[in-house]
Design a protein around this ligand. Sequence first.
Ligand SMILES: *Cc1c(COP(=O)(O)O)cnc(C)c1O
Length: 515
Amino acid sequence: MYLVDQSSNDEAYIDLLEKEINADKIKGFDLELFNPDFFKKNASIVIAKLEEYLADSSIKGLALTDPTELITAAKSLMTSAQDEITPFDEKKLTAIIDLYVRTGIQVHSPGYMGRQFSGVVPLAGIFDMVNSILNQPSSFYEAAQLPNAVEDIMANELNQFIGWPQNEFAMVTTSGGSLANLTALLAARNDKYPHFWSKGATSVNQDLRPAIAVSEDAHYSVSRAAGIMGIGENQLVKLPVNTQKQIDITQVVPTIEDAKKRGLDVFCLVASVGTTATGAFDDIDTLGEIAQALNVWLHIDGAHGASLLVSDKLRHKLKGIEKVDSFSWDAHKMMFVPGMCTLLFYKDKYKSYGAFQQNASYVFEQSKDKYTQYDSAEQNFECTKRPLIMNLWVLWAIHGKALFAQKIEHLCHLTQEAYHLLSHELDFTPVHVPESNILCFKYTPFNSDINHIKDFQLQIRNAIKEDGTFFISKVDINQETCLRLVFMNHTIDMHHVRQLLQKIRGIGQQIIHQH
Ligand SMILES: *Cc1c(COP(=O)(O)O)cnc(C)c1O
């Protein structure tokens, strides 16, 4: 609704408008907040705080705060003014940052060993500020020219490690590995059942229901995708894993054939490079051949482990990657950029247009010009999309791939060392041979039958969390709870690992004695 009739001529309209709305309010509007010198002042406060944060190398886990207390603390930092803009208050800004830092998961501390997101390369974090201030939605070339050009550059840079013919493959950036998995599975579904997109599930033969074959150890985003896509979680065909938690290659064909007898039409096989639980790498080289022989789409969830592609020493773990139809890659995990930056690769560029429509390649050829061929809006779910590639690219452009390769190699090496240490300590039992930077184990002292203590490993994990020096996670393997380390921080060394084991011993013995 307009305040005045817009049909009146422009000058009269503006005149009227100025009278109708409160002129004081216009004048009172604090434009200072947008001034560059004000920006500089704000930024220098923030940078000084972050410098302080990064300089702190103490060993810290997580100090979990009572949520009600935290809400009260946060509320105390809010202005109560309603009608006026409260002037900038440096103390308040620093107090907000302090509260954020103090209550946060300490990803830059060597005590942080528990999860797959990491302390970022600081330059990538700083560059994220450039993204935020320039604020370019990157699904369209015309709205974000450099990010879209850079996506093209990075696709080709990273394809050096894959080996697909140039111009035949596609790389799409998307907000997270879960969304990448969903997107790829949609492309696979629409490729097999072209009418599913427009007509829905009724378009497929009900005697042979669409199904997805997936490792027992797959990330939950895959089953979630099956639910979202109308495939139904019940149509997930679980592929058994071997003792190393990799898909048991000998079981793939029999399991899929057996599913067919039960009326399930497996159109896609999902494997992982770097499972969430143990960091296991499936044999994608052999799976590639099997998928081809069965004529099913092979999607690899590489959210965690695809980054190993950039390392000459570790790339062999992804042997056969050129055979897959699609794979996802979280750069916000092992490429150490801020959350989030996910890359979704397709072997066939045209099929990347099939995730969100029917007859995709036809549409592509009909409607693209020199600019719009760089748009990704048809390939990704987001409408407004952050320029996700830029933080990764700026590191790649300035420091080159060695930055990533060396850090990843270091972390994987550290994990091997920790594994050997654990194997030689008589009171610890590793539960797998680590393949990347994830290590799962148990504390198994002799002086007690720990089987009689309910949830012993879980109790240890919770006590470690409570203690606040180290942050580790837990995972269920073969129905038993284990302790889990994820090494994402290169400042962790064996001295820290030994310190953690001592801590676990102390806490474990305490639990035994209390029992
Ligand atoms: C982290 C992870 C995901 C989910 O990715 P998000 O970026 O957190 O959405 C999926 N699969 C695997 C194997 C992962 O490690």
